[in-house]
Design a protein around this ligand. Structure first.
Ligand code: EPU
Length: 337
């Protein structure tokens, strides 16, 4: 168990914000959590569990609490049948490296989620999704340490209460748990998922689809749309894509025929928030330190030396403009600390 005080978080968040934490505690083993909870002083401080820091925005110069950095590693075989293999993956593993591991072992289902920066634990909290696949479709169970009773608990897929970029870990279990491992069910037989518009287009010339081909196509699409956070700090999509009712959609189509909407299975309509932000003209109005990506207006970027509160301020302006022009309320997808 290693811990630091007055620790710079600059290298621990993909927005590259220069915030500091009063205490930074690396958790590699379950025993580290046991030692942590015995330190009364630390337990009384505000707490933040951090994976790869790819979905957080630190808005204050200092997080006056303890950051628990997840360093848990390891992949274990659990069981298999004719159709699938269960793997128990430590929550601090890098999710994309796990996908590469699956491909090597000829295990399928995760390839559409290629290139998403983040840890396995963070992927669960956020129920990450991209190009027609969502993490919830792969999760069998999640094991976590509970800061209230100091015990380990396991919940199944239903218990995770997954929703669009949402899970129980953002609500009832917020700040109360440390996810230690996730058991994934991976398919032995490959069934390509290529219904998502841009991915379908990209792969239309291929007679046979392989998981590696799909992975490479997804990585290429992401590379074209999402700036490298090492150059321009960002956390992927800043807002969720809002859902509106069929009535609201009909009104929108009349008042703003230029807005593209996508009907969902449940009858609601999803509007790409990037498109609304784009139509409000934000691609042309960066500040000295904050702007949206030219390739996708849903991605807010640290153009260099931005303070967390400057990014938040810019996000608030976007929210206000979209509400004013389209009557649509945007909700952040990124966790604001
Ligand atoms: N669009 C514009 N202008 C823009 C951006 C988008 O007009 O500046 C329109 C385009 O017409 C495009 C549509 O919006 O066809 C959708 O854009 P895109 O396919 O890039 O998807 P997105 O809505 O921006 C979502 C996810 C991404 C995920 C991609 C691919 C959310 C909040 N975002 O983005 O997830 O990678 O689809 O599946 O659901 C993330 O969560 O951080 C993330 C990057």
């Amino acid at each position: 168990m290693i811990f630091y005080t007055d620790y710079s978080l600059e290298g621990s968040n993909t927005f590259n914000i220069k915030a500091k934490a009063n205490v930074f505690y690396e958790v590699g083993l379950r025993e580290d959590l046991d030692s942590f909870v015995r330190k009364r002083k630390l337990m009384d401080m505000p707490r933040l569990v951090l994976g790869n820091g790819s979905n957080v925005l630190f808005v204050k110069k200092r997080f006056k609490g303890v950051v628990l950095k997840n360093e848990m590693k390891g992949i274990e075989f659990v069981s298999e049948n004719d159709d699938e293999v269960l793997l128990k993956v430590a929550s601090g593993e890098d999710f994309d490296e796990f996908i590469a591991f699956c491909l090597k072992k000829h295990l399928h289902g995760a390839e559409n989620l290629s290139g998403i920066p983040g840890s396995v634990g963070g992927a669960v909290v956020q129920n990450i999704g991209a190009y027609g696949q969502e993490l919830r479709n792969l999760v069998r169970s999640v094991e976590y340490f509970d800061f209230d009773d100091y015990e380990m608990h396991t919940i199944d897929n239903d218990g995770c209460k997954f929703g669009y970029r949402d899970s129980i870990f953002k609500h009832e279990l917020l700040d109360k748990t440390f996810i230690t491992s996730v058991t994934f069910a991976l398919a032995k037989k490959y069934v390509p998922i290529v219904g998502y518009g841009t991915l379908q287009e990209r792969l239309s010339g291929y007679a046979v689809l392989t998981p590696m081909l799909v992975r490479r196509a997804v990585l290429a699409l992401r590379f074209e749309k999402i700036p490298d956070f090492k150059q321009y700090g960002n956390a992927g999509s800043f807002f969720k894509n809002p859902d509106i009712t069929p009535e609201e959609a009909a009104k929108m189509a009349k008042q703003h025929p230029e807005v593209k909407m996508f009907e969902q299975e449940d009858g609601m309509f999803k509007i790409p928030a990037g498109q609304l932000i784009d139509l409000c003209g934000f691609k042309r109005t960066p500040t000295a330190t904050v702007g949206v990506a030219y390739t996708n207006a849903l991605i807010l970027m640290n153009l260099g030396g931005a303070k967390g509160r400057e990014i938040l301020e810019y996000a608030k302006n976007i929210k206000k403009a979209v509400k004013q022009r389209f009557g649509v309320k945007l909700e952040p997808e990124v966790v604001i600390v």
